[in-house]
Design a protein around this ligand. Sequence first.
Ligand code: ADP
Ligand code: MG
Length: 455
Amino acid sequence: MDLNQLWQSVLGEIGLQISRPNFITWLKNSQLIEKKDGVALVALPNNFAKNWVQTKYHKIILGALRSIDENTKKVDFIVNLNQNPSPALLDKETDLENNSQLIFPEFKLDPETNLNPRYTLNSFVVGSSNEMTYAAASAVIDDIGKKYNPLFIHGGVGLGKTHLIQAIGNEIKNRYKNKVKVRYVPSEKFINDVVAGVRSKNMEPVKSKYRGVDVLIIDDIQSIGGKKTTEEEFFNTFNTLYENSRQIIISSDRPPNFLPALHERLRSRFEGGMIARIEYPDYELRMAVLKTKLGERGVSLDEGVISLIANKIQKNLRELDGALNRILFYRQVKNVEVDAKMAEQIINETVKQSSHNVNPNLIIKKVADYFDIQPADIAGKCRKKEFVEPRQVAIYLLRDLLDLSYPYIGEKIGKRDHTTAMYAYEKVSREINKSHDFSQKVLMIKDTIDKESNS
Ligand code: ADP
Ligand code: MG
């Protein structure tokens, strides 16, 4: 693949993740001008575009590059003044191009509720892995604030938590018109609001924003744990709403008793409501989701190819959707019908074939190699910084790549307590979000693990 071809595929991938107007405004005239030692150099037509793309799309671009060329470690951006516009994919959208100075919102989020109208109950496929949760959701919609409060939905990554909780919000909003005030908030956003309130010594805006609603939907609550002021504010908000019979809906990647840093009183409040789990999807559900997604895009695909995707990608519906997108994109760009064999190739090339041959010892070895220490040091007792960091990263990766239980991980890493493993996992997750350099480091280690396991 030459640079231009590679960039076109990357743009295809990015085009699926950001809105079309944004795509055209910011990325249409981008070019990949160099790729050396895992560093990709992307050129943009002016400084403004460069800064914008760098802050807003850096992660998406890196992710898209890595999904196509897994050797990519880093993306840099430069301004290329005498640039010929590249033959971008969406050249025909001239009407949108005329508006290219406008900054469009990423999604058309409803400003009142912060909900994304794309997530509906209609497009949520129900199967054995999520029917209990779906039933609980329906009960909440019928009987807001009374039946199951709070409703706590947990399950692994990409299993439909965000989709379902947003769909509940959209359904309530549509069914009860303006009588019921709904608000959706990702936990990160809640944290930011609280931090801003603390900084400006004025919590009133936070209070009125979150305590004045009938239905508060909070996504990924696991991010809140451990941040003291946020938790305090959240607890107060929770109590105010709860005592006034307002409905609270929460999603989490793990059950309440595995939210280590969360205050006991909050956890027991969660446990007092309805806890529903979304399990891994079975083959039928995966097939049905693929067909629903095809229907939404108004396209069809050979049944054998659909079945192949459903067979190959089992644990994550977001990856399932991503694989479908890549195949549809390939078909569109190459203008060929994709058969099962081609589809398999496309999936093999792009979806990281993680965890097949990955085992705990390989992870520990690769982390030790990276930090230039011995595997035994990772399991060892020494608390010097040069051992503690690798140890925590190893714990994080054991959980992230293999989904191992904390007690097992604790045992494996020097017979430590499961709470130590949880703490390490939390700490590394936070650090990854906070520090670009650190997240790159972890990505690189993951890379060496992937390489080894695929060879
Ligand atoms: P989570 O929040 O659990 O990580 P998401 O809700 O973001 O997962 O779901 C990932 C993708 O899979 C989304 O595109 C979503 O629409 C889709 N998806 C998940 N579950 C279903 C389902 N039951 N029916 C249809 N699409 C689903
Ligand atoms: Mg989610």
